[in-house]
Ligand binder design. Structure first.
Ligand SMILES: Nc1ncnc2c1ncn2[C@@H]1O[C@H](COP(=O)(O)OP(=O)(O)O)[C@@H](O)[C@H]1O
Ligand SMILES: [Mg+2]
Length: 234
C-alpha cells in the first residue's frame, strides 16, 4: 500500500516558487493499478518522484506499506530513503534506462549487488532473476544486451528489474510513450498482470488513455491538483 496525504511540492522559479504538486492525497492499494493521467506539465512525474522518495515534499505524508511495517517516507533521511527504495519500492521510468554493456540477466542481477546484501540474499536474487525474466516473456533473450532488444523488450527488462527485489510499491512513469500502440498495450497488460499476481500497489502515470483498460482505477491531475476522475468507459 502507498498512501500520499496532502502532499505539496514546490520548485524554485526565479524569485518565487512553482507549485508542481498541490495538496494531493492519493492511496494505492495492494494488487491495484492506479492510473494517474493529466496534461503535460501538470505534475505527474513530480508526484511519482515524491512517491519514489527521490524528492522530499515540502509538506505531506508518503506512507509506504501496511500495519506495523508502514513507514512515512517523507520523514526519512536521504540514506534511509535510499534503503527504503532498494527494499520496498520498484521504479520503471519512461525510458528503460538500461546499462548498454549488460545483458538482460545482468541488468536484474546488478540490482542485488548494488543493494549490498549477503551471499544468501544474492543467491535468492539469482533465482528471482530467472523467474522474472520468464514472467515478462524474456527467458529466451536473457543473454542479449539492450541494442539487441526491441523497445518493447527493453521495457520488459526494466519492468522485471523494477520487481526483482519484490517491492510492495511499483511506480511507473509513461511506460508506453516510446512504443507503438500494440506494443504499448502488451506492456500495460503485463504491468496489470504482474500487479495482480504480486500484489504490488502500482501507481502508473500515463498522459493518454488509449490503454485505460489496463488500469483498475484512474485519477486526473491538473495544475498539480487531483481533479474528478475521468470516465472509465469509452
Ligand atoms: N526539477 C525541477 N525543477 C524545477 N521545476 C520543475 C522540476 N521538475 C518539474 N518542474 C516543474 O513542475 C511542473 C510539473 O512538472 P512534471 O511533474 O514533470 O509534469 P508532468 O510529468 O505532468 O508532465 C512543471 O511546471 C515543471 O516545469
Ligand atoms: Mg512527466
Amino acid at each position: 500500500m502507498i498512501d500520499l496525504s496532502h502532499v505539496t511540492l514546490t520548485f524554485p522559479d526565479g524569485e518565487s516558487r512553482i507549485t508542481a504538486v498541490d495538496d494531493v492525497s492519493l492511496r494505492g492499494e495492494n494488487g491495484v493499478v492506479t492510473g494517474i493521467t493529466g496534461p503535460s506539465g501538470s505534475g505527474k512525474s513530480s508526484l511519482l518522484a515524491v512517491a519514489a522518495t527521490l524528492i522530499r515534499p515540502d509538506s505531506g505524508g508518503v506512507l509506504i506499506g501496511d500495519g506495523p511495517d508502514a513507514v512515512d517516507a517523507a520523514q526519512l533521511t536521504r540514506a534511509e530513503a535510499t534503503e527504503l527504495r532498494r527494499e520496498r519500492i520498484g521504479i520503471v521510468f519512461q525510458q528503460s534506462n538500461l546499462l548498454p554493456a549488460l545483458t538482460a540477466r545482468e541488468q536484474l542481477r546488478v540490482m542485488a549487488h548494488l543493494g549490498g546484501e549477503g551471499r544468501s540474499a544474492r543467491a535468492g536474487i539469482d533465482e528471482r532473476t530467472e523467474e522474472l525474466l520468464d514472467a515478462v516473456g524474456l527467458a529466451a533473450h536473457a543473454d542479449k544486451r539492450p541494442h539487441q532488444l526491441s523497445g518493447g523488450q527493453r521495457q520488459r527488462v526494466a519492468i522485471a528489474r523494477g520487481l526483482v527485489h519484490d517491492p510492495e510499491v511499483l511506480l511507473v512513469d509513461e511506460p508506453t510513450s516510446a512504443l507503438d500502440q500494440e506494443r504499448g498495450a502488451e506492456i500495460m497488460a503485463l504491468i496489470a498482470r504482474l500487479t495482480h499476481e504480486r500484489r504490488t500497489a502500482t501507481l502508473l502515470v500515463t498522459h493518454d488513455l488509449v490503454h485505460r483498460d489496463a488500469l483498475d482505477s484512474l485519477v486526473s491531475v491538473v495544475d498539480g491538483r487531483i481533479e474528478e476522475a475521468p470516465a472509465m468507459a469509452a
